[in-house]
Design a protein around this ligand. Structure first.
Ligand SMILES: Cc1cc2nc3c(=O)[nH]c(=O)nc-3n(C[C@H](O)[C@H](O)[C@H](O)COP(=O)(O)OP(=O)(O)OC[C@H]3O[C@@H](n4cnc5c(N)ncnc54)[C@H](O)[C@@H]3O)c2cc1C
Length: 405
């Protein structure tokens, strides 16, 4: 009997496992289980291009014919309800049990729903899937005033699209700066300037206390007593990894499903990848919410399943966010930074931030500087990295520093 790989979660990571397994020559059975309808799709455009133009036709990661050509049993609208590790089976919500030789958990994450009074009112939206995005887009078309709770990537991407569509937008962010968990202060400041310049009312250090309204949302009350009127509220305050299936099966879990350097869970037949995985990188355990992590994890796991010997996973993290005309790109991880070196474009706006820890470059944030971003990825991926002094000797020119290696 040929080996059977079952993948739970048909998003960015799950679909990539399927594609990579076949590319790597795996000839066994593959079953891909996903609880959403339709074909697996990309999420990033939901708050960007799709929110602006409503064109869902470009979202699918692969056409239907891919599953037939590659001999993959794709089961949309199917929920995995339980994993029975002792029997090596996944039990579906309808009761059917699927035996597996290898299991990949690619269950992603779900939005945090803060316990705000009024959060259940019509007019309050969260954004994770295509159905959420379609509902939010419809609501945006009829909205005059929107409040976005959360000044992170998704909230700000939506704010930029909504403001450009003529909606009066207020963003409330509890932290003293935008995107504070992911970028350094100079980049936060650049985006604050952009959003304010585009007419968005950004309130920093502002805590939402309740969503107001009787039959539907009519505004947001802040903890300081102010109220902001709105006919649409987007709550975008982060996600929680979907770990329950793993946890109930007895697998180790800690802010995500705990995996080793080969993305194996505490049961060596079972892997976890993407948003739901907590994995070792650069000497600590991290959980990343990015297309890069989901896709690179998937490629690594597929190679292992296809029988390759390989070093532990150590792909360089990278990320992007499109907000209006600004493309933010991040290479590396800035967590634990202790110094930054911002660079300005001809107008004086910060377009690059070199981020250091203990005098070594750990991350580079760029705005509309695709070439520098690519140079940063290559520099950061080099063994030993690069020091602050070496970069200074090259006048902080990443491409020159790279050329000199
Ligand atoms: C609006 C938005 C914008 C984004 N923008 C960017 C961006 O610009 N750049 C970037 O790098 N990243 C971005 N991301 C993040 C990126 O999309 C995710 O990191 C990526 O999709 C993670 O892939 P994944 O496979 O881990 O999870 P997902 O793609 O979320 O897939 C997980 C799937 O598993 C399903 N599932 C969960 N439990 C079960 C179960 N028990 N049975 C069956 N199916 C189940 C889920 O419903 C989901 O379909 C964005 C995300 C969102 C929501």
């Amino acid at each position: 009997m040929s080996e059977h790989v079952v993948i739970i979660g048909a998003g960015q990571g799950g679909l990539q496992v399927v594609a990579s397994l076949r590319q790597d020559g795996f000839a066994g059975r593959i079953t891909l289980i996903g609880d959403e309808p339709g074909l697996p799709y990309q999420r990033p455009p939901l708050s960007k291009g799709y929110m602006a133009d409503g064109d869902a036709s470009r979202l699918a990661l692969k056409p239907q014919g891919f599953f037939e050509t590659e001999g993959v049993d794709y089961r949309p609208e199917t929920t995995a309800a339980r994993i029975d590790l002792a029997a090596g089976r996944v039990v579906l919500a309808g009761g059917e049990a699927l035996g597996f030789d290898r299991l990949v958990l690619a269950t992603g994450a779900r939005n945090i729903r803060p316990p705000l009074p009024g959060i259940e009112l019509p007019g309050v939206h969260l954004l994770r899937g295509l159905a959420d995005a379609a509902a939010l887009r419809d609501a945006m078309a009829g909205a005059r005033r929107a409040v976005v709770i959360g000044g992170g990537f998704i909230g700000l991407e939506f704010a930029a699209v909504a403001a450009a569509a003529g909606v009066e937008v207020t963003v409330i962010e509890a932290a003293p700066r935008l995107m504070a968990r992911a970028v350094t202060p100079p980049t936060s400041a650049r985006f604050l300037d952009f959003h304010r310049g585009a007419g968005v009312d950004v309130r920093l250090g502002a805590l939402g206390a309740a969503i107001l309204g009787d039959e539907s949302a009519s505004g947001v009350a802040l903890a300081d007593g102010h109220t902001i009127p709105a006919d649409l509220v987007l709550v975008a305050v982060g996600v929680r990894p979907n770990v329950e299936l793993a946890q109930d099966a007895g697998l180790a879990v800690a802010d995500g499903i705990t995996v080793d350097g080969h993305l194996r869970t505490s049961d060596p037949r079972v892997f976890a990848i993407g948003d739901c995985a907590n994995f070792p990188l650069g000497g600590r355990h991290v959980r990343l919410e990015s297309v890069q992590a989901a896709a690179d994890h998937a490629r690594h796991v597929a190679r292992t399943i296809a029988g390759a010997e390989q070093p532990p996973y150590d792909a360089l993290p990278w990320f992007w966010s499109d907000q209006g005309p600004l493309k933010l790109q991040i290479a590396g991880l800035s967590a634990g930074w202790d110094a930054t070196h911002p660079l300005q474009d001809a107008t004086g706006a910060t377009d690059t931030v070199l981020v250091f820890r203990e005098d070594r470059l750990i991350a580079v944030e760029t705005v509309n500087q695709a070439g520098r971003h690519m140079a940063a990825r290559r520099l950061l991926a080099q063994p030993g990295g690069i020091t602050r002094d070496t970069l200074a000797a090259h006048d902080h020119d990443l491409r020159a520093a790279l050329a000199a290696r």
